[in-house]
Write a protein that binds this ligand. Sequence first.
Ligand SMILES: *Cc1c(COP(=O)(O)O)cnc(C)c1O
Length: 490
Amino acid sequence: MNVGERDIGARLAFDRGSPGRRAVSVPRWEGEAAPLPPAGLRRERLRLPELSQGEVVRYYTALSRLNYGIDSGTYPLGSCTMKYNPKVDDLMAALPGLADAHPLEAEERVQGILRVGHELQEALCSLTGFAASSLAPAAGAQGELAGVLMVKRALDDRGELGRRRRVLVPDSAHGTNPATAAMAGFTVTQIPTASDGSMDGEALERELDESVAAAMVTMPNTLGLWERGIDEVAARVHAVGAYLYADGANLNAILGRARFGDLGFDVAHVNLHKSFSTPHGGGGPGAGPVLCGAELAPYLPAPVVVSDEGGLRLGRPERSIGRLQQFHGSYGVLVRAYAYLRSMGLDGLRAVSEHAVLNANYLRALLVDAYDLPYDRGRVLHEVVLAGTRQRREHGVRTYDIAKRLIDHGFHPPTVYFPLIVEEALMIEPTETEPREAVEAFAGAMLAIAAEAASDPDLGRSAPCGAPIGRLSAAPAARRPDLRWLPPGE
Ligand SMILES: *Cc1c(COP(=O)(O)O)cnc(C)c1O
């Protein structure tokens, strides 16, 4: 580490440098002075960091090196699909004709941009087996909200909204599923997971009646497993007049091989930033297009790109739930997804699911003796959910400690403590873009940590040792973050 790197975070730019030091020197104005009107004058001294140019550059370079991203190493955050994003997709999104276009430009002047949207809508429909789509949602969670609001409006049009108040959600679901149903005004009924990792069919049968508006099912589910008997689930849900929603965040597991529409789903969202290559660390940006069959198509959020005699234009479906945000969604993410689809082709996309599943199964095989695997079918799809229960029971080393220790071994930790039904969960998704050596290196670190847990449990409990900041107190860091710099003494 270089000068100052170890105290990054402890000392800000304000605490560095020296009074009077400057990064650039502006030549003295030699013309006539034109004073500002007194109202425009500052009455207090402006407190800015005073650093030389070299100090500024070193400070920010040091900050940038503290960041761990997919461009620096394996990032096995389960469910998030942190895969390598081809740089050509970024180049396409940055093309001036796309990136600099004004959102209020007349439609006839942006036919090319609209064509990207139109072809993307069609490509996503053909990949998921649906009739219609809208690219408006700016995240997976917003796609879910759109889908559930579409269901709500359709039920209202059927005159059944009054009595259909419940949405069924498996207990393995991502938190956004029940949150979405609640935000849309429904009550959530949780469906337990059976010991094989699929929804408990009997519990589902018990809960299904005419008070149900929809069931939300993640496909494949967050245990990295195929939801068994999904066609039967679809038939039962439809038999009571409810809709079946697919959370498609795990699409990379089945890309080019299985389609939500063919499986009996009525509506779904996909996460373009996960499955179709957009860097999405740190919470954004994203896009969560919503897709549906012909019945729900009139309810899609606006805008949708439509094609008619005059060319392409932005339209609003007849019974649309309305707009989710200003303008046209996260267009840069849409362009990246479009470029990704075009450069991969259907064969390439099928290879994505093949490699995603192969990598997850290889990792599973490397780790299955060292860690517990609570829902074990002998194989997985795109991710594997292990558990640190053995390490906790035998050595007092918890999943949280294992995650922190991975930082010392040079890896970003996987998703932990999710899904909620797995105690001490370690949810690992290597993704399709990690080469064999990277999967082996990550597994090597996990095996070393399992061995350390036995030989030196304090190591895990005090990790990370090599990071600039050790263990934060997570709750106050989130609820009472200390974000404001005050001069000494204030
Ligand atoms: C990521 C994810 C979501 C939410 O998507 P965002 O784009 O983060 O809003 C929903 N469900 C599952 C299974 C996910 O992995």
